[in-house]
Design a binder for this molecule. Structure first.
Ligand SMILES: Nc1nc2c(ncn2[C@@H]2O[C@H](COP(=O)(O)OP(=O)(O)OP(=O)(O)O)[C@@H](O)[C@H]2O)c(=O)[nH]1
Ligand SMILES: [Mg+2]
Length: 331
């Protein structure tokens, strides 16, 4: 378990950034990735909070706390997390004149604390290929996230098979085939309209035959309210388990960060129906509401495993609460 987390930490840059010998090329790459990806959120949050202060500082009273709360929830962090931050600022500073830096340090600590989680890394099976099933609503970023994940796994020396399980749209198969070509990994495809469960089965079969380390299976976008399509996911899972008992080892739910609070209700339906084990929060770079990570984390028992920070093959990072919290405010 958690191999990737140990590869990507704030002090250990991604292997993508490693020198050819495998030695780290430098530190802080993950932080700078978050920092770039969170530009939009930071612009809103940072500016909003700075605006609360005058150069001589500001008295922490009810009015200040209410204004702070209103600005925090503009990042879509929701009332629960924003209340906790407000309470912590009140506890530390009520009745005192504070400066911007003090409040930002408190908020950063509180965000970091709220996002603390145990199982950040990608699952790894003890023997045989690790099977990762990727699910989510239409257009959330599933196929792109698979490309990035596959690219990363490949770059650190893992062999893998992709399964083009979105047989609903011919373009989806093409899209994944292009990613596989760019990465140089195996892919299992079928004709448009074939049962996605059979593609899933064949993908696992292929990985077993080749002795691959990972199988990542794409699925068509669906809504949690489409019960027939949710049942299809169950079938896919069952068929995978039949070929490789205990698999899939990871069911990643891809959420679109630009969908804000909607992402949360999507996650609820999916996590229950598809047996999700982790979240990929895609398009964090395109959102000014990156605070949505907090309620997702608060309301689900699911760890946020990866975040999408752009459209390129390397624009993904293992989620790290420390880097995330700091990147929210860094200038
Ligand atoms: N900026 C940005 N764009 C992203 C990211 N991830 C995906 N996208 C874009 O979002 C759009 C949809 O991505 P896909 O990967 O095709 O989404 P999907 O969930 O596979 O879509 P369906 O298969 O149609 O359900 C594409 O234009 C991607 O380039 C990200 O992290 N950042
Ligand atoms: Mg897709």
């Amino acid at each position: 378990m958690a191999f990737w987390r140990s590869k990507i930490t704030p002090s250990q840059p991604e292997s993508n950034d490693a020198t050819p010998s495998g030695e780290p090329a430098g530190t802080g790459r993950l932080f700078s990735k978050f920092s770039n990806g969170l530009q939009k959120t930071r612009r809103v949050l940072g500016t909003d909070i700075r605006d609360l202060f005058k150069s001589e500082g500001r008295l922490v009273d009810e009015e200040f706390l209410n204004e702070l709360f209103a600005r925090l929830i503009r990042t879509d962090m929701g009332t629960g997390p924003a209340n906790k931050i407000r309470d912590e600022v009140a506890r530390q500073y009520r009745g005192r004149v504070v400066h911007l830096e003090e409040v930002i340090a408190t908020i950063t600590d509180e965000v970091r604390e709220q996002l603390r989680q145990d199982h950040g890394g990608l699952a790894k099976s003890d023997s045989g290929p690790t099977v990762v099933l990727v699910v989510g609503v239409n257009g959330s970023g599933k196929t792109t996230s698979i490309g990035k994940l596959a690219n990363h796994l490949n770059s650190i020396g893992h062999s893998l098979v992709l399964g083009a399980g979105d047989t609903f749209r011919a373009a989806a198969v093409e899209q994944l085939t292009i990613w596989a070509g760019r990465i140089g990994c195996e892919i299992v495809t079928g004709k448009s309209g074939v049962d996605p469960a059979s593609i899933a089965y064949q993908s696992v079969d292929k990985a077993i035959e080749l002795g691959s380390d990972y199988v990542i299976i794409d699925t068509a976008g669906r809504l949690q309210t489409q019960s027939n399509l949710m049942q299809e996911l169950q079938k896919i899972r069952k068929v995978i388990d039949k070929r490789l008992p205990g698999a899939p080892h990871e069911v990643l739910l891809v959420l679109d960060a630009t969908a804000g609070q909607n992402a949360i209700s999507q996650a609820k339906g999916f996590s229950a129906a598809a047996g999700c084990t982790g979240i990929v929060l895609a398009k964090l770079d395109g959102s000014a509401k990156g605070g949505v990570v907090l309620p997702i984390h608060e309301q689900f028992q699911l760890p946020v495993k990866f975040v999408g920070l752009g459209e390129g093959l390397t624009d993904m990072a293992a989620f790290d609460p420390d880097s995330f919290a700091e990147a929210l405010f860094q200038n």
